[in-house]
Design a protein around this ligand. Structure first.
Ligand code: 5AD
Length: 355
């Protein structure tokens, strides 16, 4: 009989060496990680991250430009399904003021994130992106505005956008379709492929601990990412929101999220991996633990303070203090205490240029 503990360690070493495992091997790791622990996996993920990116943690300034959304994602607090949300939309001036504040704090990436809001037309966005790039030619613009057409992605790229974040949410078609009304798994993947084809630095990603998600589903997330080969991967725990049908469900756990982060680092050694706000929201040390498990990006919030509570995707989202752009110094201290150092450069993916 094979010694299972030996096999567990052997597979982590194999993944560390080859940056690949088969589905059954991933599932074996996921089934045994409770018994044998996360430590060795996390150590290997940290070694990989240090080999590729050293101890640098890249900073991105997040600006939540609108919480209007036409989509009906059953788990999301700002989905069109939720009539209770107080909706807001930042003006061009407010967005530029947020960039200005961020630039002054040293940020060189602005992430414009929002729901799928039809008021943010291509014309409006191209105008905005031009303006940001003109004011801050040394900064990167990352968009996170959901599914748009190929033509639209092309126009935004032409205006100067550098990167696009669009999580695949889950690589399981069945689970994806059960979580989203009126939207298609194929359209999601097509949008991601379009972004890659156009030449954006692309961020995909998924949630950990979605109700009914299996270990095989999580294995599929890793295999999907390996194939897509995105420059960034955003992953965090699923967290129930009180106004959704998932209100009474259990959130994804810290341990499972750290396991998936470490596995993602080992599958994609070069990826830029944020230690997400959702992770920081389920545990007060979540942010640091994420960094130790292979994450190398932090995205503090630069949105105007008065709207922050309205951008509520899940309950208990941390939205002030440590998270906020204004507290860059205390954030820096915590990153240093965790054994890393803050890098305020634009922080492109290694394929784009030498950082
Ligand atoms: N729990 C965790 N993450 C969520 N997101 C949306 N709703 C939730 C939730 N309830 C994530 C999705 C989306 C990103 C912007 O926020 O993965 O892509």
């Amino acid at each position: 009989m094979v010694n299972e503990k030996y096999l567990f360690r052997y597979l982590i070493d194999k993944l560390y060496r080859d940056n690949y495992l088969r589905e059954d091997e991933i599932v074996f790791l996921l089934e045994n990680v409770k018994l044998y622990g996360n430590d060795y996996l996390i150590q290997k993920a940290d070694e990989t991250r240090r080999r590729v990116y050293g101890d640098r943690v890249f900073m991105r300034g997040l600006i939540e430009i609108s919480n209007y959304c036409k989509r009906q994602c059953r788990y999301c607090g700002i989905s069109a399904l939720n009539p209770k949300v107080h909706r807001y939309r930042l003006t061009k001036e407010e967005i530029l003021a947020s960039c200005d504040k961020g630039y002054g704090l040293g940020f060189r990436t602005f992430v414009l994130q929002g729901g799928e809001d039809s008021q943010f037309t291509d014309d409006l966005l191209t105008d905005l992106i031009y303006e940001i790039k003109e004011r801050y030619p040394d900064a990167a613009v990352t968009l996170s505005l959901g599914e748009r057409s190929f033509q639209s992605y092309r126009k935004l790229l032409g205006a100067g956008a550098d990167r696009y974040l669009l999580r695949h949410e889950t690589a399981s078609r069945e689970l994806y379709e059960s979580m989203h009304i009126n939207s298609s798994y194929d359209a999601r993947l097509e949008a991601l492929r379009n972004l890659k084809r156009l030449g954006y630095q692309v961020g995909a990603g998924f949630m950990v601990g979605i109700p009914k998600q299996t270990k095989a589903d999580l294995a599929q997330d890793l295999l999907f990412l390996k194939e897509l080969d995105p420059e960034m991967v955003g992953l965090g725990p699923f967290i129930p929101h009180r106004d959704t049908i998932y209100r009474d469900e259990e959130p994804g756990s810290l341990e499972d999220t750290l396991t998936m982060l470490a596995l993602t680092r080992l599958f994609l050694p070069y990826a830029l991996l944020p230690s997400t706000t959702a992770l920081a929201s389920i545990d007060e040390n979540g942010r640091e633990l994420g960094l130790k498990a292979g994450a190398n990006v932090v995205m503090p919030n630069l949105s105007p303070v008065h709207i922050r509570d309205d951008y509520s995707l899940y309950d208990g989202k941390v939205s002030s203090g440590y998270e906020a752009g204004e507290h860059r110094k205390s954030l820096e201290k915590r990153i240093c205490q965790a054994g890393y150092k803050v890098d305020m450069s634009k922080g492109d993916h290694i394929r784009w240029k030498s950082n």
